[in-house]
Design a protein around this ligand. Structure first.
Ligand code: TLP
Length: 339
């Protein structure tokens, strides 16, 4: 077994570690009590995030999961329905928080690409009658994690938002990796987000900050979001230390995401995954012919110095990020291909 420092870690882009520049900025960050709105570094990060996304306001949250669940809460009432793709993070990976915290039911719509269209969503919207719980929110995941980092085109998002708004429904984007989507489609995040009511994005994934996500949206929504954040225990006081790294992530990291995308395509080629399907930094591959569980496959990879997880019984995932080189990605893919 290789020692832990030599593993090629492709389990997720959440494993990235902060750069020396981030650590230096963290050490000298100006801080204050953010629950009083007095942390100047957090205030700067929130203002800059709102500006970049073309929204009125933003709030710093510890995790993407918290950001998504605050968004769901602020757009819904108990007993309502949320339309989302069938493998979306808010449905499968957030511990039923939609039910537990917001009292809402997910109405999943399956799409092989992870990308929804209005034509697919419309039949899932409950007709207004005494037998149906009202639909209040549509949540889109861009890029779509479990579909392999797939991305929305603008026309599809705009169309969903226009139709949703005409029916009085809100649209949230789980943009944990929206900067990857922006790079893949050569579109500014402000344009992707233009018609949506809120966007959550993560600083702590491909952008490389150690901790933190942002929720952006309308002023009055974000004011309510601050109360929900406090209720969930997310009032983090002198967290400007974290925001300092977040500001560097926001300004500097998007420019390098194209390298992660190229590295993912290099992995895809070796594993004979159609590279056209790999638009961002995630490669998903089928090992069902191997007759081995994904847990066992992961264990075999680990013995050979590669870390990657299964996403279900038959499919493995590799995620590229700033802390793995092209050569390491190729090496990891060769190991998996040989297996
Ligand atoms: N995704 C993680 C795991 O939870 C699966 C990963 O390794 O990819 N939205 C999307 C689309 C995500 O992929 C994630 C994390 C989140 C939200 C939640 O972010 P955190 O982990 O900060 O709560």
């Amino acid at each position: 077994m290789p020692d832990s420092s030599t593993f090629i870690d492709l389990r997720s882009d959440t494993v990235t570690v902060p750069s020396q520049k981030m650590r230096a900025a963290m050490a000298v960050a100006e801080v204050g009590d953010d629950v009083y709105g007095e942390d100047p570094t957090i205030n700067r990060l929130e203002e800059r995030s709102a500006e970049l996304f073309g929204k009125q306001a933003a709030v710093f949250v510890p995790t993407g999961s918290m950001g998504n669940n605050i968004a769901i809460k602020m757009h819904t009432n108990h007993g309502e329905e949320v339309v989302c793709e069938a493998r979306s993070h808010i449905l499968d990976w957030e511990l039923s928080m939609m039910a537990w915290f917001s009292g809402c039911l997910a109405r999943p719509v399956a799409s092989p690409s992870g990308i929804l269209t209005w034509q697919q969503i419309a039949p899932a919207i409950r007709a207004k009658n005494p037998n149906n719980a009202p639909t209040s929110l549509i949540s889109l995941e861009n890029s779509h994690n479990m579909a392999g980092g797939t991305v929305y085109d603008l026309a599809t998002i705009d169309d969903i938002c226009r139709n949703a708004h005409a029916l009085g429904l809100k649209v949230h984007i789980d943009g944990a990796r929206i900067f990857n989507a922006a790079v893949a489609t050569a579109t500014p995040v402000s344009r992707i987000a233009r018609e949506a009511d809120s966007v959550m994005f993560c600083l702590s994934k491909g952008l490389g900050a150690p901790v933190g996500s942002m929720l952006v949206g309308a002023q009055d929504d974000i004011e309510r979001a601050r109360l929900y954040r406090k209720r969930l225990g997310g009032g983090m006081r002198q967290a400007g230390i974290l925001a300092a790294a977040g500001l560097i992530a926001l300004e500097e990291s998007p420019a390098r995401l194209c390298q992660d995308h190229e590295n993912a395509r290099a992995i895809a080629e070796i594993l004979q995954v159609d590279p056209a399907r790999v638009r961002t930094n995630i490669v998903i591959f089928d090992i069902s012919k191997k007759g081995m569980s994904t847990a066992a496959f992961s264990a075999e990879l680990r013995k050979r110095g590669v870390l990657a997880n299964g996403i279900n019984a038959t499919h493995m995932r590799m995620v590229t990020h700033q802390n793995v080189t092209r050569e390491q990605c190729r090496q990891a893919a060769e190991v998996a291909a040989a297996l």
